[in-house]
Design a protein around this ligand. Sequence first.
Ligand SMILES: [Zn+2]
Length: 328
Amino acid sequence: MSELHKFIFEGLPVRGMLVRLTDAWQDILARRAANSETGAYPAPVRQLLGEMAAAGVLMQGNIKFNGALVLQIFGDGPVKLGVVEVQPDFSLRATCTQVGDVAEDASLSQMVNVNNQGRCAITLDPQDRLPGQQPYQGVVPLFGDQGEKLENISEVLEHYMLQSEQLDTVLVLAADDKVAAGLLIQRLPIEGEGNLAGKADSVEREAVLGQSEDFSRIAILTKSLKREELLTLDAETILHRLYWEEPLARFEPFIGETGPRFACRCSRERVGNMIRSLGTEEVESIIAERGQVDVGCDFCGAEYQFDPVDAAGLFTGLVPDPSGGSVH
Ligand SMILES: [Zn+2]
């Protein structure tokens, strides 16, 4: 079962989380593999999307946001789009759109950042958004301070966290065809740290420097975790192996009903709204060409059909059969 573990280091300004997506991740992959149009993801795309899924759960768990956290990659290569959406209850869905061939050993930049134009966006969409209210969005490039292409999505997100929250973050991510997992460590702000440069006395200064040493030490331990270990070891073993000398305090894990799990939020009504937004002319031309409007959900594979009567109903407001069946 998929699980999320939160922990703190007692007395130290450091907190952390560990996520392991198993059934939730396998569900996402199985739905994609069952799609006869796309087939299964190639291994490098699977790794990218799995790491994004693990990171999305960690970020949602970290900010405790009352709304959807949407992590997106807008690629300029064969992978055009990657999307992970995580709700406050840790239900999630994810999909990638591929427009070209991806080599079996493709790197991150070969997939989404060929011309250094790729972008990563993090959107926080409040649950009860008022009309006209825009969701909050932060965008970061897929290159580092010197313009060098980043080859790990974890580095991209570490940059984002530093920019948006001003917090040092260490992320380790990994995914294969069974597991998508991640470990996050974050340095908590220390009161008055910003005033240090000026008048703080030396005792205070030493105390704060000592605390940032704590973070550095825990960061080094965290980065020592190997991809293979993250994928194959259970949470207990990983936390013990890395932090057995640290004052680790654990919270009740999120697992099962409260843990991360696959859930799609598509519905006939939402698809109807999307079709309506195309406009009468566009919809009529689709019907003239194909006889009906077919829309498949990229996240779960559900297929929605709107025959001419259904489609006309979208524009007149007369929906012939709200239960979803087409009228024949
Ligand atoms: Zn769906």
